[in-house]
Design a protein around this ligand. Structure first.
Ligand SMILES: [Zn+2]
Length: 269
C-alpha cells in the first residue's frame, strides 16, 4: 500500500519528469516504477464507466493517482475554477432550504451547530444541523453524491452513495472559497499576469482580493439568494492585485468600516 498512500497532489503541477534521453536519476527511476504500479492498480479497480477527462488527467500526472477516488480528487484540485463554477451551479439547483436566512453563530459556545461565527466563511445552509439533508447529499451544495464523490449518476445506481457527504468538486470549491490566496498562481494566470486594478504587470508579491469585501457582503447583500451569495466567495468576486494597491484598498475599507461604526454608535466622526 506504500504506493497507494501517495496522493497525486503531493507533487506540483510544474514538476518535470526526466525524459528517456536524459540521465535517469534515482528519483525519476523511483517515480517511473511507482507510476507503473499506480497505473496497473488504477486499471485493475477502474469501473467500466468513468469520466474520460478525469482518467486522461490522472494518467498525465507526474505521480499517477492509484485509485479512482484519488483521480477524481486530483482532477478537481487541478481544475479548481471549474469546481467553483460547478459547486455554485449545483447549489443553484438546490436553492436555499425553506425558511433559511444567513445568520452568524454569535457566541461560540451557544452557536447552533453548523453556523459560522464570522461573515468571512461562506454561508452553507446544508451544513447547518437544522437543514442538513443527511448522508448521500453534499453538505456544500445540497445535491446527491454518487460514486467517487461525482455529481452525476454515471453508473445508473438510481440512488446516491449513502457513504458520501460531499462532492469532490465541492470540496475543491470550498477550499478555494475559504483560502483563495492558496490559488494565487492560478488566478494570476487567469488575469494574464495583469493587476486587476492598475492593469500593470502583477509582481511576485501580488495578493488575492475580494472585489466586494466580505464585510460589505454581510452588511449590504446578506439577503441575496443563497446561491448568489456564494459568488462573493467564488471566482466572480476574486481578483489579484499588486500589494501596494491592495494595501491602499484595505486601508480605505478599514476607514469606511470605522466611519460606518461611528454612525451606528453615534460617536463623533
Ligand atoms: Zn456538492
Amino acid at each position: 500500500m506504500a504506493d497507494g498512500a501517495v496522493a497525486a497532489g503531493d507533487v506540483e503541477a510544474g514538476d518535470v519528469v526526466a525524459g528517456d534521453s536524459g540521465p535517469v536519476s534515482a528519483a525519476s527511476a523511483w517515480r517511473e516504477a511507482r507510476n507503473v504500479a499506480a497505473r496497473a492498480r488504477l486499471a485493475r479497480v477502474l469501473p467500466a464507466v468513468f469520466p474520460a477527462p478525469v482518467l486522461r488527467h490522472a494518467l498525465s500526472r507526474p505521480l499517477v493517482p492509484p485509485t479512482p477516488r484519488l483521480a477524481v480528487e486530483s482532477y478537481w484540485r487541478t481544475h479548481v475554477l471549474r469546481a467553483d463554477h460547478l459547486a455554485r451551479t449545483l447549489a443553484a439547483r438546490s436553492g436555499p432550504p425553506e425558511g433559511w436566512t444567513w445568520r452568524l453563530g454569535g457566541v461560540p459556545a451557544e452557536a447552533p451547530e453548523g453556523l459560522a461565527l464570522s461573515f468571512r466563511a461562506p454561508p452553507s445552509p446544508y451544513r447547518e444541523a437544522a437543514h442538513a439533508r443527511g448522508r448521500g447529499a453534499c453538505c456544500v451544495c445540497g445535491q446527491p453524491v454518487y460514486r467517487f464523490g461525482w455529481h452525476r449518476d454515471l453508473w445508473g445506481a438510481g440512488s446516491p452513495n449513502r457513504n458520501a457527504s460531499w462532492h469532490a468538486a465541492c470540496v475543491a470549491a470550498w477550499k478555494l472559497w475559504n483560502a483563495p490566496a492558496d490559488h494565487v498562481k492560478l488566478l494570476k494566470k487567469r488575469q494574464r499576469h495583469r493587476c486587476a486594478q492598475s492593469g500593470k504587470r502583477l509582481l511576485r508579491t501580488a495578493e488575492v482580493d475580494h472585489r466586494v469585501p466580505l464585510y460589505r457582503v454581510w452588511r449590504e447583500h446578506r439577503a441575496a439568494p443563497w446561491p448568489v451569495l456564494l459568488g462573493y466567495w467564488g471566482l466572480p468576486n476574486l481578483q489579484v492585485v499588486n500589494r501596494t494597491i491592495h494595501a491602499d484598498k484595505c486601508a480605505a475599507e478599514a476607514g469606511e468600516r470605522a466611519s460606518a461604526r461611528r454612525q451606528i454608535t453615534g460617536e463623533p466622526g
